[in-house]
Design a protein around this ligand. Structure first.
Ligand SMILES: NC(=O)c1ccc[n+]([C@@H]2O[C@H](COP(=O)([O-])OP(=O)(O)OC[C@H]3O[C@@H](n4cnc5c(N)ncnc54)[C@H](OP(=O)(O)O)[C@@H]3O)[C@@H](O)[C@H]2O)c1
Length: 220
């Protein structure tokens, strides 16, 4: 049985945990306030799930999902994530998380910054343009003509393969939008992000191609 470590137990982390358990995974999930605050969630998830610290969730996971915003001061368990594939659901929202000059200037994407914070991990941008409740509502069996697609971006082909398999199990096709430097194409405000999970593979590929860089005003 494969274990998924999940760091972040809010809207996305808890919904990904539900999907993972429903598809036969074991889940070890963490938030920032401590495992004792997650008893309501693990009770709901059942015996395949337990709550832990972020470091323990990272350690336990065969692969790990980070469902928490990127912070300038790295708050992720770098050592325990080393050597692992890390799926990052974060979206860059400066009004929520503060501004990062490297992103605003177009020098780097938020997921390249996550990769820099986790140099020994294989970071993949995943599950960023689907609203949490849609993980179940938009899922379709493989081969369904209007099956929705999600994008993945990574500098590591094996991470793209893992996400592609997981998307398929969860009910979605994949469009590979690698490397991480291209991941802005599915970011907030872009056509692919605005359409959420209501996109076939062809429509998502077209929306990614139609993306235009958002330039935030440079601070004086
Ligand atoms: N909501 C959506 O539908 C959606 C869809 C796609 C992508 N996203 C993106 O996914 C990320 C998470 O979104 P969300 O809506 O789930 O946010 P959320 O509801 O605010 O949850 C964030 C979670 O991250 C935890 N966290 C923060 N720092 C942590 C740390 N250092 N260690 C462990 N846990 C930590 C928080 O713990 P505490 O609760 O203890 O503070 C909380 O459980 C965001 O970047 C968001 O933009 C969201």
């Amino acid at each position: 049985m494969t274990t998924i470590g999940i760091i972040g137990a809010g809207e996305v982390g808890s919904q990904l945990a539900r999907a993972a358990v429903a598809h036969g995974y074991r889940v070890v999930i963490a938030n920032s306030r401590g495992p004792e605050t997650l008893s309501y969630l693990v009770d709901e998830l059942g015996p395949s799930a337990r709550a832990a610290t972020a470091a323990d969730a990272a350690e336990a996971g065969d692969f790990v999902i980070i469902a928490a915003p990127l912070k300038p001061a790295n708050d992720m368990p770098v050592e325990q994530l080393a050597g692992k594939t890390v799926l990052d659901t974060n979206n860059y929202m400066p009004w929520r998380d503060g501004r990062f000059e490297a992103i605003d200037s177009g020098e780097k994407t938020v997921h390249e910054l996550r990769q820099e914070q986790l140099p020994a991990s294989k970071v993949a941008k995943a599950f960023t343009h689907i609203q949490a409740p849609r993980l179940f509502l938009s899922a379709r069996a493989p081969g369904t003509p209007d099956r929705h697609a999600l994008s993945v971006s990574s500098d590591h082909p094996e991470a793209v393969e893992l996400v592609t398999r997981l998307y398929d199990e969860f009910g979605f096709d994949t469009v590979d939008n690698s490397p991480l430097s291209e991941s802005w194409r599915s970011g907030p405000g872009q056509p692919a992000w605005l359409a959420h999970a209501h996109q076939t593979r062809e429509r998502l590929a077209a929306n990614l191609a139609a993306a235009r860089r958002i330039r935030y005003p440079v601070r004086g």
